[in-house]
Design a protein around this ligand. Structure first.
Ligand code: FES
Length: 110
């Protein structure tokens, strides 16, 4: 998946604030098979956003891209597939080796 802002394939850590932020250890996970580098303690949604990945799933009716909206577990716009379950990306913590997938309500995209 390409970075929707820069066009680069996204495993870069570049969308975060700089300065004196005490971050956790770097961890790597994948989204639709694309490696993403994050920091322990971040949500999957925050890490994807920082990597420039905004399209998390397709709407069930129109098939249009959907992404993060509330970032507090209410709207369900950020739902992705993690470990075979639909989960809001903003409510799932990153961990080393986590494999997240985009998809629809019926299942992850293949
Ligand atoms: S962005 Fe609304 S539930 Fe995740």
């Amino acid at each position: 998946m390409k970075n929707s802002r820069t066009g680069a394939v996204g495993s870069r850590i570049d969308g975060r604030i700089g300065g004196a932020v005490d971050r956790g250890a770097a961890v790597r996970f994948t989204f639709d098979g694309v490696p993403v580098t994050a920091y322990a303690g971040e949500s999957v949604a925050a890490a994807l956003f920082a990597a420039g990945i905004r399209d998390l799933r397709k709407s069930p009716r129109a098939g249009t891209p959907r992404g993060m909206f509330c970032l507090m577990g209410i709207c369900q716009e950020c739902v992705v597939w993690i470990d075979g379950r639909r989960r809001p990306a903003c409510q799932a913590a990153v961990r080393e080796g986590l494999a997240a997938r985009s998809g629809t309500i019926d299942g992850p995209e293949s």
